[in-house]
Structure formats: C-alpha cells, structure tokens
Ligand binder design. Structure first.
Ligand SMILES: [Zn+2]
Length: 463
C-alpha cells in the first residue's frame, strides 16, 4: 500500500486542526508535548537525569531546561529511547554511502549534519515521525498550488528536482532516496542532483529532467538563475523552492525573473523537516500542531514577538526515538506579533538562518569557478576525526583552513587527510592552483554576530 494509515490519519488531523484554528492547534500541541515529555522521562536515560528534579506532571514548556547539540551528541546512547540504537551503530551506518535512503535497523531514517552549526550531528526519525513529515508536505502542497498549477505539475509528471549536497546521509538526499524506494512513480518523479558536480554537468542533467518543482539552497539557486539567464539552462518549473538559508530581495527578484514559476520558501532542519512554509504575504507559517519554535535570547529567555531572537528552541512533537525538546537550533527567528493577513491560524515567523558564502576562485585557465558552501564544507567535514571546520577564502587562489580534531584523535593525520580530500575536490573543479593554508587557530565564531559560519568569502574574511 502506497500510503500507510499513519500518514492519512496525520493529514486528516492537520486539516481538522487548521479548521479549528488557534485553539485547536494549541490543544494538540499541549497534549502532544505532555505525551512526549512523559515518554522521554520513561525511556531516555538522558532526559530522566535532566528532568529528575522537576515535578512529575503539569509541566509547562518553560519549566524544561534547554538542550544543545553537543550535549545530546555526547550523551547519544542515553538520549535515544530504543536500547538497540547506539552511536557506534549509527556512525557505522552513515559511513556507508550505499545505505543512503535505507532505514537503520529497518525502522529509522537517519540524517547526519555537518557544518551548519559547526558540530556534526546524527538524527534518527521513527516511522510515526516520517508519517507526520509526509502529511506536512501534503499540507504545504495544498497551501501552495492552485488548480492551474496542479494541472501544470501533472503535465510535468510531478517531476521534482532537488539540488543538494550528496554522498553523505544529509537531510535532502537521504529523504528523497528513501521516498524513491517507496514506489515506482516516486522513483521516476523524484531526483537528487549533486551540488558537488561541475556546474555545466548539473545544467545538462537538469535540462534533461525538466522538473515541475526545483528545490535548492538559495546560493545554488542563484547560480542556476544565472545559467538560465545566460541561455545554458532552460527549465520551466511550476514551483521554485528555496530552503535552508535566508535570501535578499534582490536575489529573490533575480531568481524569479530568470527561472519563472512561483517562488516559495520552506524552512527545515535535520531535526524536523519541514518546520515552516511561506504564504503569499512573505511569512513562514510554523506547523505548530507538530513542532514548537521558541524565539529566545542568549540566556534562553523568551524574545518578544516583533524582535529578532538570538536563537530558537525547537521541540519536535512527532519523533519518539530521539526526543528533541527545547533544543538550541542556532537560527535567529522573529515571530509576527499579529495574525497574518493570509488568514492562516499557524503562527508566522521570519528566519535569519545560517549564512555561508559562495566562494569564487580563479582557475588556471582564467575562468572563475563558483563553489557552493554546502559542497566544499561537506568535503572537509566528511574527513574522519574532524570535529569542526571553517574555510576562509583569503585571495583569488587561496583558502585558509581551520580545523578542530575530535577528542583523542591524531590531529596530524586528520590534517593530512582533510587537506588531501580538499585538494582532490579542488582539482576536480578545475582549481588545481588554489593554495590551502593551514591555520594555527581553531574555527571561530563571528565577533559581530556571535554566529558560527563554516564557509566565509574574501572581503568578510576577517574574524
Ligand atoms: Zn501568512
């Protein structure tokens, strides 16, 4: 059967929740949070310890201490609620690219994160959570597509191209590969395109596929828009979907003018995807029946609506295997104080996310080669023993590399392997002359914003 009952149930409940409005959404959020917290206390040794001194019931969200990725990762085997899941087991699973899109232990979808917050993470999602994510995707399609656009989508046979970092168990590729395994029509309609491949190859592949939906990080989408404007790319997408990073008005206008189609934003993370989706008024609406996003300051105190937060705390109400409760997401969020004119009862936010730069480097033949942050960042982060990395372009043909080794790892060995991987990647992009400079200092946060950026281009390179 194509759709498990869980997915249909979740989709129907979402329709009802939206029809019941703010009160219906809040009621669901409250009861799901209570169930999640009870489950975490009973089944996760990490949360049992963390919540030990809290009252047994009647807890409200703000009573619960926030958690961070390094804290959860350090306690991985105590954090998970299935004793059969271990960090060693999951690490072995994600180390095998042949397993991308398959389920760990036959039950859990896994995605690994690298770079965006500077600390690698491993996130597991159980079948209940996957049903909710699929139902959320349906909610988004219903919100975004007009009757005419559904018809255009059908004429494109629902082909959906996602341009992402590949070769690791990252959220984008792994999700689509697992969906492709579910049925023959999905295998034909869904396709992942690697941002790591040279741009001319990517353009040729997209031209051949002719997608109805084109999804990419804004940095990649800008390059594709330039290719389309130059006449090399000629796609006719119905929907152009930007994910991950925030975008300026100029960039959006450029993308929209070149690629056509309706431009939309979705906001997702490896910890819950997709958390929010945009409306015609330019706000992102949070799927608040299944996810809680709290804008907070650096001390985790609530940031008032209308003000930009320091970070946001995420609570995933759908996933049981790895409870994510008041988790520091690292994104700056602004909550809309008044209801959105679009009429949606889902809370509206704006996000200033993780901002990395595209690098523009000079090739030996005189051309400029553009490298996407996700692509070059993942080359380094996939090196064994690298805990954190940062790449700074310091000139037209030079990159400064800052590395921090995992505790107990051989730092010299890590440097040699990371530099060899990065050099091989640069050669594959026609950048054999680019010089790698080994930094003596570790990766650093921006003095100005306090945020960690993994890939930093030229003029903003000063730490
Ligand atoms: Zn709206």
């Amino acid at each position: 059967m194509a759709n498990p009952p869980g997915e249909l149930r979740a989709a129907l409940d979402m329709l009802r929740a939206q029809r019941e409005g703010v009160a219906g959404l809040a009621r669901r959020q409250e009861s799901r949070l209570a169930a999640l917290v009870a489950h975490a206390r009973a089944k996760s040794r990490f949360y049992e310890r963390l919540y030990r001194d809290l009252p047994a019931d009647r807890l409200v969200l703000r009573d619960l201490p926030p958690v961070t990725k390094p804290q959860l990762m350090a306690a991985f085997d105590d954090w998970v609620t299935d004793p059969g899941v271990t960090r060693a087991g999951v690490e072995a699973f994600v180390a095998d690219p042949a397993l991308i899109g398959s389920l760990y232990r036959g039950r859990y979808y896994v995605c690994s994160t690298s770079g965006t917050t500077g600390h690698p993470g491993l996130f597991l999602h159980d079948r209940g959570a996957l049903s909710v994510y699929r139902a959320v995707s349906l909610r988004i399609d219903v919100a975004w597509l007009s009757g005419r656009q559904w018809w255009d989508m059908a004429r494109h046979r629902l082909r959906w191209a996602t341009v992402v970092g590949t070769g690791g168990h990252f959220a984008g590729e792994g999700w689509i590969e697992s969906e492709r395994r579910r049925s023959r029509w999905r295998r034909r309609a869904l396709r992942v395109f690697s941002v790591q491949q040279p741009l001319p190859e990517l353009v040729t592949a997209l031209n051949a596929f002719d997608p109805a939906i084109l999804t990419a990080y804004p940095s990649a989408m800008k390059l594709l828009a330039d290719e389309q404007a130059a006449g090399r790319l000629h796609v006719r997408p119905v929907i152009v979907e930007l994910g991950g990073e925030s975008t300026s008005h100029d960039d959006r206008d450029r993308v929209s003018a070149a690629l056509g189609g309706a431009l939309h934003d979705a906001y997702g993370a490896s910890e819950f995807s997709p958390m929010a989706f945009d409306c015609a008024h330019g706000w992102l609406h949070v799927n608040s029946d299944w996810v809680i996003l709290e804008p907070v300051d650096a001390d985790y105190r609530p940031t008032p609506p209308g003000e930009q937060s320091h970070t946001a705390l995420l609570t995933n109400l759908a996933n049981r295997v790895q409870p994510v409760i008041r988790y520091d997401l690292g994104d700056s969020v602004l909550a809309k104080p008044e209801p959105c004119p679009c009429g949606s009862p889902l809370p509206a936010i704006r996000v200033t996310g993780r901002r990395d730069d595209v690098l523009h480097l000079d090739a030996a033949d005189g051309h400029t080669v553009s490298l996407l942050p996700l692509a070059i960042g993942s080359v380094v982060d996939d090196t064994a023993a690298v805990h954190r990395s940062q790449l700074i372009q310091t000139g037209p043909t030079s990159i400064r590399l800052r590395l921090e080794a995992e505790t107990g790892a051989d730092a010299e060995q890590m440097w040699r392997v990371a530099a060899a991987n990065l050099n091989a990647y640069l050669v594959s992009q026609g950048l054999a002359d680019v010089e790698l400079v080994r930094a003596s200092e570790p990766p650093q946060q921006s003095v100005r914003s306090g945020k960690f950026r993994q890939v930093i281009a030229g003029s903003q390179a000063a730490p």
